[in-house]
Design a protein around this ligand. Structure first.
Ligand code: FAD
Ligand code: SF4
Ligand code: SF4
Length: 405
């Protein structure tokens, strides 16, 4: 595989390693993303103001709270993502799936793979932490004659993929997206594991759950949950999260055909079926799912305001304001009971991420704000008193239209 081209803000999605490297300027989420135009092209319509959740989550036809009735062992949740890849290959809808397996030397390190047999999807189960050049596999896939493919990716990979999609000459492309936030390099992630447990090598699973706890599973079968408030976040180095992941603008993978996450799922998985191809994907696994409508409870505003106050300090280089130790267990107990839950939790997380983007860009890369922050993100932070300054106003773009419409 070719080496990545040097780029300032870059998560090495793989594009710069291909013959389309020059397209980074138009394709990159960190330069001048045009979500309105891409959403129009991919989903055939803009976000609908009459469906307020589209302001937070992007266009979708329906949302589901879902689990596989026979969960896949080793999956991050119940394995809906893996199963979608398997079913696409089993049914012949595609001949290849691009996804992330784990590095053979390090279970946490992602390694892009081109999967052509359903049984090989199993190697991609579970969340890895870090970046790996998924889109660099588009060239070997084309060279091997694959014209109907699926890509499973995180938002910064999917944005670049959608931007170059029409140049790939594919017969069919299915895009399965997961939400993504707070990613970091695999090396940094190991430092976090070192702080969490005296035997970090025994940790086989980690997830930030929607009930405000981190779940850890160990090789010997032990399971531990830690309230967010008791995580050693203040002991992490200032550069633990790269600026890319502090400032990316698409938490819920709005350009995927289907998003498979957990944030709005209250303990189950959370599916956003975004377009007709997303419906087709869901149809492949629907008989294997137990599903219901997502629920929503609690109020997010005070949690987002508290996050904003703390993030302002962190972005300005000040230490995080820590809650007094005596209050932590009480608040840790209360949060899952009275804090935002279900869709309200997902809205809170999306707003927190939007706040973080604006504050960190203002401090660390103010000249990027104008081109990188889309109008819909400014709308999410407006209730918290953040508005674009004159020099931060997004450029006026012609209204997005669907080709041929
Ligand atoms: C860094 C990161 C942060 C995330 N943060 C959130 C979040 O805040 N909220 C939320 O709802 N969901 C988040 N997710 C998605 C979530 O963890 C689950 O992956 C998703 O819900 C699918 O679960 P599953 O059981 O269907 O996945 P599985 O069937 O276990 O499959 C996991 C899939 O994830 C892909 N994958 C794993 N690691 C990576 C990686 N590093 N880069 C690219 N692709 C990868 C693999 O290709 C695989 O297909 C995040 C995922 C990642 C990678
Ligand atoms: S498009 Fe991909 S490779 Fe190019 S700069 Fe952006 S993240 Fe890096
Ligand atoms: S947090 Fe954002 S920039 Fe970082 S890996 Fe995830 S989608 Fe990409």
């Amino acid at each position: 595989m070719a080496e990545p081209a040097p780029r300032a803000l870059c998560t090495d999605c793989g594009l710069s390693r291909t013959a389309l490297a020059k397209a980074c300027g138009q394709a990159c989420q960190f330069l001048r993303p045009d979500y309105a135009a891409l959403e129009q092209r991919v989903h055939g319509r803009a976000r609908d103001p009459a469906r307020p959740d589209e302001a937070h989550f992007g266009p979708f036809r329906r949302m589901l709270r879902a689990t596989l009735t026979a969960p896949l062992e080793g999956a991050q949740w119940t394995g809906i993502t893996t199963r979608l890849g398997e079913r696409l290959l089993e049914s012949g809808a595609v001949t290849a799936v691009l996804a992330m397996a784990a590095d053979p030397e390090d279970r946490w390190k992602p390694r892009p793979v081109l999967v052509t047999r359903p049984e090989d999807m199993a190697a991609c189960r579970g969340m890895k932490m870090g970046f790996a050049p998924l889109l660099a596999l588009l060239e070997p896939a084309a060279a091997a004659g694959h014209r109907r493919i699926a890509v499973i990716g995180i938002p910064c990979q999917v944005h670049a993929l959608r931007a170059i999609e029409t140049e790939l000459g594919l017969e069919r492309l299915y895009v399965i997206g997961t939400p993504c936030s707070d990613n970091t390099t695999t090396e940094m992630f190991h430092r976090f594991l070192d702080l969490l447990d005296p035997d970090p090598a025994s940790i086989t699973y980690l997830e930030f759950r929607a009930d405000f706890h981190v779940e850890l599973r160990h090789a010997d079968g032990r399971v531990r949950t830690i309230p967010f408030l008791q995580l050693p976040i203040s002991k992490l180095p200032d550069d633990f999260f790269p600026l890319t992941c502090r400032t990316c603008v698409d938490y819920t993978n709005v350009l995927a055909d289907i998003t498979v996450g957990y944030m709005g799922g209250t303990g189950a998985q959370w599916l956003l079926v975004r377009n007709a191809r997303g419906e087709e994907l869901l149809g492949l696994i629907e008989p294997e799912l137990a599903h219901s409508a997502p629920v929503s409870a609690g109020k997010r505003a005070s949690a987002v305001k508290g996050f904003l106050a703390n993030t302002e300090r962190a972005a300005g280089g000040l230490p995080l304001r820590r809650m007094p130790d005596v209050l932590r267990p009480l608040v840790g107990w209360l949060m899952p009971r009275i804090g935002p839950r279900g869709l309200e939790f997902a809205r809170a997380r999306v707003e927190m991420k939007a706040v973080e983007t604006v504050l960190f860009l203002r401090h660390k890369a103010p000249r990027r704000l104008r081109s990188m922050v889309p109008p819909h993100l400014w709308a999410l932070v407006a209730p918290y008193g953040l508005a674009p300054r004159a020099e931060e106003q997004p450029p006026k773009r012609p209204p997005a239209t669907t080709p041929g419409a």
